[in-house]
Design a protein. Structure first.
Length: 198
């Protein structure tokens, strides 16, 4: 169905904005999922530092904006708000900056985040990237995974939408666990975006 047909059939076209800070492999899975989907468009990528995710945006003709982390928080919140105006979903895919509370209040249950552990375990301030996997290995738990959750004003405290699990074996290191979890992230995030927007 073309965008024009959706318009006449009354089906609303959906827009999402993605926020990232790193390699953008999760952003890439959204590009791949939505590239041939006429009903959902990635309107823009927002980054908070120079990172590989912007190359992916350029390769796929997606506009990107780089926020300066040294800017006043309220200023960045208003820039974000302008970019995300009318967005149906805002997806934090490896975005490392804390999202300003004034921005979150404007988009109740419209901002989601992917976290590389089974929340509420191994979340919170300072728990990001490899630190999460190191803590999981140190705890000797036999299960880890990833979580997609709504973003609220806390750190990794918003309502959980969906989780995916992976086994942690004796031979796992933080690095091998990160790779295993990332495989699940790449399936979970596009699936949740599709289910929330349909
Ligand atoms: C992922 O592990 C994600 O869960 C976490 O940051 C990492 C981002 O990876 N929040 P990438 O930039 O999508 O490759």
């Amino acid at each position: 169905m073309t965008k024009a047909q959706q318009h006449t059939s009354g089906q609303k076209h959906k827009n999402i904005v993605v926020l990232a800070s790193g390699s953008g492999s999760n952003f890439q899975t959204l590009i791949d999922e939505l590239e041939h989907d006429d009903s959902i468009t990635i309107r823009a990528l927002v980054v908070d530092r120079p990172c590989r995710a912007t190359q992916r945006a350029t390769q796929h003709g997606i506009d990107y904006f780089e926020l300066n982390r040294n800017n006043d928080t309220d200023f960045n919140a208003s820039v974000l708000q302008a970019i995300c105006r009318d967005a149906d979903l805002i997806v934090c895919a490896g975005y490392l900056s804390i999202i300003p509370a004034s921005f979150i209040e404007q988009f109740p249950e419209k901002i989601i985040n992917i976290h590389p552990s089974l929340l509420p375990d191994f979340g919170g301030a300072g728990m990001y990237g490899m630190k999460v996997h190191e803590a999981v290995i140190a705890s000797k738990t036999q299960q880890s995974g990833c979580t997609v959750h709504y973003v609220d004003s806390g750190v990794d405290t918003g309502k959980i939408i969906q989780r995916a699990t992976v086994p942690v074996t004796h031979s796992d290191t933080a690095e091998t666990l990160q790779q295993k979890v990332l495989v699940e992230e790449h399936k979970l995030l596009p699936a949740v975006v599709q289910s929330l927007l349909r």
